[in-house]
Design a protein around this ligand. Structure first.
Ligand SMILES: Nc1ncnc2c1ncn2[C@@H]1O[C@H](COP(=O)(O)OP(=O)(O)OP(=O)(O)O)[C@@H](O)[C@H]1O
Length: 559
């Protein structure tokens, strides 16, 4: 595998100086390590990334025991973030300062004085150097990594997923430490007032970790609901089988008294940093795009209609009804990506209502139509004056949109079904598929850029394990002889080049080229010189590669 990476020295230097490799000293001072429990000598330097185990945070042995080592590692890898309590999202604003819980970690016990700092995203987004005259075989350093905005978005999501409550906050003490198999509760409600509007009961939303797989989930608690008919619990089974890209997956439901009342709890997949249609388009602070008429632009509307129709098609085909098509219960989990939330709750709350499923399905279509009217007019009150609203929609949108809305709002009948909606919006579905494929292509391109990096990190790990081990199997000269000596000289050749005045040459393209050639084991030869310049060895990458492999195997197999 070869890269024809060739960048001007200044560009290379800027790449090497970018925070991706070496965040600025300021950030380093602010970031903190989270040391695994078994390390007795915490390193003195700060690192750009912190790999943490959320379970170690709590110092709760019973929890730690329930987690397998593999799971801990997996979780630790997923926790790669700068590890700082970032406090800009509304959820945090509602609950005050929150931080990663470090208070109970013995390593941090003496280091609690300095407050954790927000993530400094700008250190991770390097400006692209302006290069207009690159040859086809040349690449800028940025082409080896994810684009800055994708990386930042993923980092923000990862950070949000790992947030836990500050143990000194009142909220921390109010919430149970563990319920069922979930722990580390973190409230997601944007506002503190509990509205009974949607479910008729106050509801609370928390992120919590499931101790079985270590992943975060969302728990929605229906406060004060006493389950009178045990059979209602079985209604969740149908929902557990539904997997759809526009439906927030339902995991399980259970009752609990852990909150001091009779609560019913539903568990859903967690989608970090999501918001709702209500917050984005009807709260006045969402900043969503608006068309000239004040509503959501028609292009976005068609995308929402297609996604919701697709979700409803799956739900109705499974003999279920959503019963919850309302702006505050439709999550926006990405750009124009929506997911129907809170499915399954009404099945349990109105288990004995006596209504048939087809009646509920007809209501779904009606609520679907009302939602589109509200979005197209930019107001939740639009459905109260339909003639005026339809008139507004016709003036600002296509006739196709009006036809779909009129169909959805038409009288319920046994002939009215989501299938007809799918037929009506056929051409728009094609457009949606095209956009989805396009987005896929872009993400695949981004993934491909990172593809080689994992390979290089593996190689670097091997080299790091081999080079300059102080002693191995009692042999103090182990790293200074044989294959290991060759690899030590190669390490100097790759990373420690100096110019004629002895100044370090920092050339990212050279490093990448050498590592790629080593990984591929090409026949090209390289001249390695000892530091005292007394010996000089000519060796091929192929030979160096077999040195790496055999030495690493030796490390693995010998006691
Ligand atoms: N599955 C989920 N994954 C991630 N975040 C979620 C999920 N479900 C809800 N949320 C977050 O929780 C917040 C609160 O959800 P909720 O449904 O209570 O909305 P709300 O606007 O507060 O509605 P209500 O007025 O009915 O309480 C939402 O804004 C959303 O950001």
């Amino acid at each position: 595998m070869q890269f024809a990476a060739k960048v001007a020295e200044s560009q290379a230097a800027s790449g090497m100086n970018s925070a991706y490799y070496d965040p600025s000293a300021g950030a380093q001072q602010q970031s903190r390590h989270h040391q695994p429990q078994h390390l007795h000598h915490p390193p003195q330097h700060s690192q750009p990334y912190e790999i943490q185990n959320p379970y170690a945070y709590y110092g709760d042995p019973s929890l730690q025991q329930s987690i397998s080592p593999e799971m801990g590692l997996d979780t630790a890898v997923r926790r790669m973030s700068l590890g700082a309590g970032h406090v800009t999202d509304p959820q945090q604003a509602a609950y005050g300062s929150r931080q990663h819980n470090v208070a109970l970690d013995p390593y941090y016990a003496q280091q609690q004085l300095a407050p954790r700092q927000p993530l400094q995203y700008h250190l991770y987004t390097t400006p692209l150097p302006h290069i207009s005259n690159l040859h086809p075989h040349q690449k800028t350093i940025h082409s080896f990594f994810l684009s800055d905005h994708v990386r930042e978005e993923l980092q923000r999501k990862s950070e949000a997923a790992q947030q836990v409550l500050d143990p000194s906050s009142p909220e921390f003490h109010r919430l149970p430490a563990e319920i069922h198999t979930y722990h580390s509760f973190y409230p997601l409600d944007v506002h503190r007032d509990r509205s009974l509007k949607v479910f008729g009961y106050p509801t609370w939303v928390y992120k919590a970790f499931w101790s079985v797989d270590g992943k975060p989930y969302v728990l929605r608690r229906i406060e004060g609901f006493r389950l009178t008919n045990e059979a209602a619990m079985s209604s969740i089974e149908g929902w557990r089988r539904i997997r759809h890209s526009n439906i927030v997956s339902v995991r399980e439901a259970f009752t609990t008294k852990a909150f001091g009342d009779n609560s019913l709890v539903f568990v859903y997949d967690y989608h970090p940093l999501s918001t709702t249609l209500a917050t984005k388009y009807f709260s006045g602070s969402g900043g969503g795009p608006t068309a000239p008429g004040g509503g959501v632009p028609e292009k976005n509307l068609w995308s929402f209609i297609t996604q919701l129709a697709s979700a409803l098609k799956t739900i109705h085909s499974a003999g279920l009804a959503a019963c919850i098509i309302e702006p505050s219960k439709i999550l926006i989990t990405g750009k124009n990506r929506i997911r129907l939330n809170c499915c399954g709750i009404f099945d349990m709350l109105s288990f004995d209502s006596g209504k048939s499923i087809s009646q509920y399905q007809q209501e779904d279509l009606l609520h679907f139509g009302q939602l589109i009217v509200a979005l197209a007019c930019g107001s939740l009150h639009a459905i109260h004056n339909l003639p005026k609203s339809i008139d507004h929609i016709v003036r600002h949108n296509s006739i196709d949109l009006k036809n779909v809305i009129l169909y959805l709002l038409s009288k319920p009948s046994s002939y009215k079904s989501v299938d007809d909606v799918v037929t009506m919006i056929g051409p728009r579905i094609l457009h949606e598929i095209n956009s989805a494929h396009h987005n896929n292509d872009q993400l695949e391109g981004a993934l491909t850029r990172e593809l080689e990096n994992g390979r290089l990190v593996r190689l670097l790990c091997k080299l790091g394990s081999i080079n300059e081990r102080p002693e191995y199997a009692g042999d103090r000269t182990w790293s200074e002889t044989g294959d290991r000596y060759l690899l030590k000289l190669f390490r100097d050749y790759v990373f420690h080049q100096v110019d004629e005045d002895g100044r370090p040459i920092v050339d990212m393209a050279h490093v990448l080229q050498c590592l790629n050639k080593l990984d591929a084991g090409v026949d090209e030869k390289v001249m390695l010189t000892s530091r005292d310049e007394n010996s000089c060895l000519i060796v091929s990458y192929k030979e160096l590669r077999s040195c790496v492999e055999s030495t690493f195997q030796e490390l693995l197999t010998k006691p």
